[in-house]
Every structure is written in C-alpha cells, then in structure tokens.
Ligand binder design. Structure first.
Ligand code: FEO
Length: 397
C-alpha cells in the first residue's frame, strides 16, 4: 500500500486487523504498527513493526527503495510492537546504523549483544539525510524510559511513536479520511495506556514549545496520522494529562440479584436530575477499557457491588485493580451496594477508592435479606446521586 505522508516520507507499517487484547487492554477495532521510510540522499527507517508483520513492512519499503539500501534505522522505542522486526530489518540492510536513546541502546545490547552499530542520541541531536534533517527529542516514559520522538525538520512532520496514537485497524492512513470519531479512540488509548504517566506527559508537553518544533503533521506509531489541525490531539493530551474534568460521572457496578443494579440506576437518576452527565456501566456487561475511556474525563467515579463471601464481587475487584493501576487524579469517588446476611463489599470499595488517592464521599449501603428497596431507600439513592452531582459541579468551579 503506497502512502506518502509528506515529501518523501512514507508510511511502511502493518495493519493488525485481529488484535483484540493489547497487553491486557481491550482493542475491539484492532491496531496498526506504523513505521516510516524517509527517502533522501540517505534512507532512514523510523521504527519497525511487531514481529510476524515484517513482510508487510518490507512490501511497503520496496515501493520506494531497496530494503538493502536503508542507511539508518531509528529506534524511537524498544517495545516489541515497534522493534519486533528489527532483526529482520538489520538482516536485510546489512550496512545500516541504528540511532536511539541511551536507554534504548542498553535494551538492544541486552537482547542482541553488540552485533550492530548503535549511535546514541539525546534531545536536540540531528541526523542529516541530504536535504532533510531529522531531530531527536527524548520523551522518557511516553511510553517507556527509552522513548523518543523523531522530527523531520523542513517537512515539519513529528514521528511521535506511542504518543498521540489510537488502536485502530483501517484501510485509510489519515485521520481526516475516516468518518469515525478518532479523538474518542485516541482517548481510549490514552486512558488505558498512558493515564498513569500523566504527570510526566504534562511536563513533556510544557517543554515542547521551547524545542522550537511546529509540527504540521503528527504521525504516531499506532492508528491514523493527524494531518488536519494536528494541534487538536496535542490540546486533548494537555487536558487529559492534567485531569481537567468535565461535568460527568461514571457509575460502574456489579449486582447479584438486582438490588445493587436498582441502586445504580436510581443514583444515576439523581445525578442526571442535577444536570450532570452520567454513564452507567454494569461491569459484567462492559469492557474495562470502555469504562476507563469515559472515566478519564469524568469528575466523579461511583463504584458499587453486592457482597459475596463478605467481599465485593470478583468483577468489581478486577475493576478496582484496573482503576488503581491507572492512577486517576482530581476526581471524587463514592461507593455503594446492597447486601443480604452480611456486608463487606461497600467498605472494601470505599477503602480501595481511598487507597487509589481519590476523595471519597460517605458510602451508601442497604441490607435486604429477602426484601427489595423501600421507598425510603429509593429516595436515599436519588439523594445520594444528587449529592454526587453537587460535588461534581462544586469541584469544577
Ligand atoms: Fe506501542 Fe509502548 O508500544
């Protein structure tokens, strides 16, 4: 597939249509591994593709150059989805030199020994290809300690590796060519992969203006390329990394016999009646990734569970572990649930929300061995929702 990103910069990646689980994160739309070939007096390949997808990458390279003629291989990031075909590339391009960060070199030597010439670069270093010059920008922890961007200076194309990507498998290569809401997919990617790195990302974004780069195109290593107003995705990252919330609440819960489900819907009713948007997820019927995608921008997270064996249901426990790992900030949180003979889940959730560093409200729990929610209980659920909504609105001021 021929795809010129701009002036001799070509997409030569691979599309993984069937990727459904990207190291534990649901990816229902597949993904792509984007590598880029830059053709000038010298030829540079920026990143490779996941192991097993080399042939697609080589087909792309052959459209523009003999793979044996690749002079430089830029390793922006070591993770296997980008370096998994490096061995195949270096076997084809026997004279090629690798350029990467100091940490990436350590990883490459750890895996492959000293068999290839490796040049370490730091922020501001450049590599001249002829008319084109590549500039390197270290961005540690976006996504690993070794990560860096490569910027094609004259063409103003930022090859941003994991930053600004989306897990999408598509025939098109540019964001402006599809009708899908790519910003939503970029949010899902951010929420489920990059959220815990937000403080580092926020700092890195603040430094970008001082680096004198003004990208007209942002070409990540997953999904679609931002060509039309690429500032949109940078602005979105600034909001996400600083946990700038919206007047939204996410309710995630699991229910055994329906009472906790009823509580969840009544709480949602109370939240909505105060004019705050709410999304309600039965954890059993949802993917954790979809819940987190909404939770990223929400001001409130409300978690519920029935009690089983004195603890929360296992699906809620899985959600709580996933939530804690992603380290959301600047949110209020509340626990709720119904139980029969003995409780336990609501306190466990409340403790977990506190341990996750979230500001918690007084939880709401009801005991009903055989009965259902009374009218008084129902009113309390609605009032609980109203209280959450008021805290949301107050927290946005
Ligand atoms: Fe797309 Fe951190 O790998």
């Amino acid at each position: 597939m021929k795809c010129e990103v701009k002036n001799g910069i070509y997409w030569v990646g691979a599309i993984d249509w069937n990727m459904r689980d990207f190291h534990g994160y649901d990816t229902p739309k597949g993904t792509s591994y984007n590598a880029y070939l830059i053709v000038d007096e010298k030829i540079a390949l920026v990143d490779t593709v996941k192991g097993g997808f080399s042939e697609e990458m080589f087909m792309g390279i052959r459209e523009h150059a003999d793979p044996a003629k690749v002079d430089y291989v830029i390793v922006n990031h070591l993770e296997k989805d980008h370096s998994g075909s490096l061995e195949d590339v270096m076997a084809a391009a026997k004279g090629a030199q690798i350029y990467c960060s100091t940490r990436a070199k350590a990883g490459l030597v750890d895996k492959y020994g000293e068999k290839w010439p490796i040049n370490m670069v730091k922020t501001g270093d450049t590599l001249k290809l002829g008319k084109k010059t590549l500039r390197f920008i270290e961005v540690p922890m976006i996504h690993w300690p070794d990560s860096m961007f490569t910027y094609a200076e004259g063409d103003k194309v930022l090859l941003s590796n994991d930053a600004f990507g989306q897990h999408l498998a598509t025939s098109q290569r540019f964001e402006d060519e599809v009708r899908a809401n790519v910003l939503y997919d970029a949010r899902a990617y951010y929420a489920n992969i990059l959220m815990p790195l937000s403080p580092i990302i926020a700092e890195a974004l603040k430094k970008l203006p001082g680096l004198n780069i003004a990208p007209e195109i942002i070409a990540p290593s997953h999904g679609l390329i931002w060509r039309k107003d690429p500032g949109r995705i940078v602005t979105a990252y600034a909001a996400w990394s600083s946990f700038r919330p919206k007047a939204e609440a996410v309710i995630a819960y699991s229910s055994m016999w329906g009472l906790t489900d009823m509580m969840a819907r009544l709480i949602a009713w109370g939240i909505m009646n105060e004019g705050v948007d709410v999304r309600l997820y039965d954890i059993h019927a949802s993917t954790l990734a979809s819940i987190m995608t909404d939770l990223l921008e929400a001001k409130a997270v409300v978690v519920g569970s029935s009690t089983q064996n004195n603890i929360m249901l296992h699906s809620t426990a899985e959600f709580m572990a996933y939530l804690r790992g992603l380290r959301p900030k600047n949110k209020i949180a509340a626990a709720f649930g119904a139980y029969g003979w003995a409780g336990g889940a609501v306190k466990e959730i409340d403790d977990g929300l506190k341990a996750a560093g979230l500001e918690t409200m007084e939880p709401l729990a009801f005991k009903h061995i055989m009965t259902t929610l009374s009218e008084d209980d129902k009113a309390k659920c609605v009032e609980f929702g109203r209280g959450i909504a008021k805290k949301v609105k107050g927290g946005l001021q």
